[in-house]
Ligand binder design. Structure first.
Ligand code: CIR
Length: 253
């Protein structure tokens, strides 16, 4: 069960967020409204939510999930692979220290963004991507092992972050799409296949029994409901325009 979440209000510069998609430029007013509803959804799941002020110097700073990994035993500040995002880490550090005694850190040449890290119990799958390198994964695994947890790497080719195409719903249920459907390391899970036409919604988030699903993906809503979960849809379309998934708008722990 999760107790807390940290989010950050998007700044006006979010319109210049990094993107490899061509869904257009986010509308700032809509992004703010969607963020407020996202925070509401986290609260509905029973979380106490810390909403940090906008950080105007960093266009992508609302995607707080990438800058820290929050485990039950320690928090690990990352070293984002995107140079423009590296400075976000120092702005989340004080908040992380408010919740954790044990705070670790990934250092260069190691690079990680925690959107590449999926927690399954005490094990963490770490995607090797354009943002997370082997040195970063090695450091991450060493830190996890220090706290009696474990990690392993997963290669990925088609998507930005590991959790762009995967979402663990607990109880051995794993949402998966595209290249992740056939990866040997995930075959032990009950794979819930997300249709390629709804691929964005593979990044849905389990929180205390409810699954937050991005709005606009009826097929995904249906199969998650069929799997026995309560669903809360959240419109994050403005964030999708800059490759932001539902999970990356919060740290949950
Ligand atoms: C980026 O490219 O870094 C942001 N525009 C989106 C980050 C999305 N983060 C995530 O999926 N964990």
């Amino acid at each position: 069960m999760f107790k807390y979440a940290i989010t950050r209000i998007p700044c006006p510069a979010v319109v210049d967020g990094l993107t490899g998609s061509n869904f257009g430029i986010p509308n700032y007013e809509n992004a703010l409204m969607q963020h407020a509803d996202y925070v509401e959804a986290l609260k509905e799941c029973g979380l106490e939510v810390l909403v940090l002020d906008a950080e105007n110097d960093f266009a992508d700073s609302c995607f707080v999930e990438d800058v820290a990994l929050m485990t039950p035993h320690c928090a690990i500040l990352t070293n984002p692979g995107a140079p423009s995002r590296r400075g976000e880490v120092e702005h989340i550090e004080a908040s992380v220290h408010n919740y954790y005694d044990n705070v670790e850190r990934i250092n260069s040449p190691g690079l990680t963004e925690a959107g590449d890290i999926m927690m399954v119990g005490d094990h963490y799958y770490i995607g090797l991507s354009e943002r997370t390198n082997q040195a970063g994964a090695d450091q991450m695994i060493k830190i996890l092992e220090k706290y009696d947890m474990s990690g392993s790497v997963v290669t990925l080719m088609e998507v930005l972050h590991l959790k762009t195409g995967l979402g663990y719903l607990e109880n051995n249920n794993l949402l998966a799409c595209g290249e992740f459907l056939t990866k040997p390391e995930f075959q032990k899970f009950n794979i819930i296949e997300i249709d390629q036409t709804e691929s964005y919604s593979a990044n849905s988030v389990w929180i205390n029994g409810t699954v937050l699903v991005p709005k606009g993906f009826p097929g995904t809503v249906e199969i998650i409901k069929q799997a026995g979960y309560k669903v809360r849809e959240v419109d994050v379309s403005e964030y999708q325009k800059i490759d932001g998934g539902l999970s990356c708008l919060s740290l949950r722990f």
